[in-house]
Write a protein that binds this ligand. Sequence first.
Ligand code: HAM
Length: 420
Amino acid sequence: MSTFSAPKGTYDLLPPDSATFLAVREAISAPLKRSGYGYVETPGFEQVELFSRGVGESTDIVTKEMYTLTTKGGDQLALRPEGTASVLRAALQANLHKAGVLPVKLWYSGSYYRYERPQAGRYRHFSQVGAEAIGAEDPALDAELIILAVDAYTSLGLSNFRLLLNSLGDKVCRPVYRAALQDFLRALDLDEETRRRIEINPLRVLDDKREAVQKQLAGAPLIADHLCEACKAYHEQVRELLTAAGVRYEDDPKLVRGLDYYTRTTFEFVHDGLGSQSAVGGGGRYDGLSEMIGGPALPSVGWALGVDRTVLALKAEGIELELPPATQVFAVPLGEEARRVLFATVTELRRAGIAADFAFGGKGLKNAMKSANRSGARFAVIAGERDLTEGVVQLKNLESGEQIPVALDTVVAELQAKLA
Ligand code: HAM
């Protein structure tokens, strides 16, 4: 035990669980990689203003949850609380939107930081895999992204998740709805802070989790009834494309999400086995974000799926992923000469694509065999002085216990054949 432990709200990823984590990242990114999305990586921190302008001055993320710092040079930076603003910033900076055909399709995977109250499924450091399609207004693009997320969850074997879908309108119909909602909310019995929120960001009030507030919201005007013709038609096309792809969704007219950049399509994936932190992923269209951060008009859409919560969802459904074995062959040398020979064999096995490990630290036979069994390997290659003088090694099947001598110079080929 060290004097130190991981900071509050964080945890370490360690073997064997870390292998599941990697596999989840891989499973989420696989459908993106075969759909034209290129990998993007941005710094872990950005100028504070990118997020306050992009994510929104009045959001919890910006007002309460950002890890901000002033550098020795006087720059105001924030650890990234999300990926969309950074990815769009990077695309604009590199002029990707001018270089080729639109949309620019990008995917990313990394760590994000929010100073939230930690609880099960809610961490201060967490992982997302995300995707952004920048510079096109096309319902098929919204549908594509949603389908790819569904395919990712399904490929992991998950079934207990639901897709909540809404449209938040655009700059034509949203202001009209906003005003109607404000009129309704102002007449309610609400506390000071919520009253302030009505004036800055009334849609967020719909997301208030308190029962007393939710009760009063029963008759609130809904965006669905205020969408302009263009937004209505757009949303209908997204829904049709999803239905045609066999994707089930639930219309959720109160879904607003915690980031301010959304327009039109917004969605969230919730998993029913996770308790209060049930959102395993979310996203939507953000047609105005580029202009908000100083770029040209670039209608865009994207999502981010939470890797930590997806791993929790697997546990909740009792799913164990079939992962490639960490070690297939374990070498056990008995004596100095065998150590030298088997170390070379292990190197050769690895170069031949076989996962191999070695009894390091000069262990005796008993301890070395314990390590071999613990490694999960299917075969042990054992050799002592007598074997080597005969030009053989002992090949032991660790599942059946059967052991046979094999010529040293054919053991790699033999193992390749047995493991194929
Ligand atoms: P978000 O809904 O804030 O969206 O985060 C996406 C997912 O990240 C959540 O559904 C959740 O699974 C995971 N997540 C968020 N906060 C935490 C936390 N404190 N602990 C564990 N997991 C967490 C975004 O971040 C947007 N950038 C998504 C997007 C991309 N919209 C358009 N493009």
